[in-house]
Design a protein. Structure first.
Length: 301
């Protein structure tokens, strides 16, 4: 994929709220197949779009990407055939299969921002959308269903269709649920819900911290402050950030590899050993098949 395609694909995934890791080669010592500026996208299942090195280097990029994706924290990955200790600010992977040269690749996780759904078209609802976006939240108008990864749902419809969204949010386990209403009316709305008292107690009403808010903008600010105070900045995933993947150990180089349809493998040549053996690349497979008794299999190989 060319750089423009990577940028376009990244934008598509962000729009769809799909987590991924953006990898960019920042340093490449000869001989390496990758060059500075080469880019790739690593998905939550370990699949990759783009190019940041050959099979061996790419395998290390996949493994480390799946480690950092749930954290949301970027890391500079150094892949080298030499034995080196981790360096400040760098994750060093010793890859003995490299044909020489060292790669440094910046891995940047892209997690969707926390999603806040807003019910209603009142001035407070409008202000919530306007103020929430600069704070790093994805603001969405209620469309009749609770989003799988909603971090908060705020009902600001002033008496119109309040019970349905509140009940749906409670059943979906949304971390923050707020109702914009007076203390008296809010209590009446909550009491009318056909749900247990323990769940009802999770609804914040009047929504927002008590900052003496009077205008729609001030009320919206108080609600967002309450969300910030009570919730982590990381988004609530509607699906696993990292999908369940099968890992194996290459018996030749001892590198960890992600088992997938395109991972190099072979059946053990000894019929008494019923095992599929996985490799980081064809070179290790050839070495194994030349003398399989020299390489001990690990669990998962």
């Amino acid at each position: 994929m060319i750089r423009q395609d990577i940028s376009r694909r990244s934008a598509e995934l962000r729009e769809a709220r799909v987590p991924f890791v953006h990898a960019r080669v920042v340093s490449a010592q000869k001989p390496t197949s990758a060059k500075p500026g080469d880019e790739a996208i690593i998905h939550a299942d370990g699949s990759i779009e783009g190019f940041v090195g050959g099979d061996c280097a790419q395998g290390s990029v996949k493994v480390v990407s799946l480690e950092v994706l749930p954290t949301g924290r970027p890391v500079l990955l150094r892949i080298t055939p030499e034995l080196e200790a981790d360096q400040p600010g760098k994750r060093v992977v010793h890859n003995p299969c490299l044909s020489g040269g060292t790669l440094e690749i910046f891995l940047e996780p892209a997690l969707p921002p926390p999603l806040v759904q807003v019910v209603g078209g009142s001035p407070t609802a409008v202000a919530l959308a306007e103020i929430g976006r600069p704070l790093g939240y994805a603001m969405a108008t209620w469309d009749g269903a609770v989003a799988a990864d909603a971090a908060a749902l705020v009902v600001a419809s002033h008496g119109n269709d309040e019970a349905g969204p509140l009940r749906a949010a409670l059943l979906a386990g949304v971390p923050y649920i707020g109702l914009v209403a007076s203390t008296k009316r809010g209590a009446a709305v909550i009491a009318s819900l056909d749900i247990d008292d323990e769940s009802k107690a999770k609804i914040r009403t009047p929504a927002g911290l008590d900052i003496g808010a009077a205008t729609a903008e001030e009320i919206a600010l108080s609600i967002l402050a309450e969300i910030v105070a009570g919730q982590p900045r990381a988004p609530r995933p509607g699906r696993p950030v990292v999908e369940a993947v099968c890992m194996a150990t290459d018996p030749v180089c001892r590198m960890s590899v992600i088992v997938s349809a395109d991972t190099v493998c072979c059946e053990h040549p000894d019929r008494r050993v019923a095992a599929t053996v996985w490799f980081c690349g064809p070179g290790c497979r050839e070495a194994f098949l030349a003398d399989p008794d020299s390489f001990a299999l690990s669990a998962g190989s």
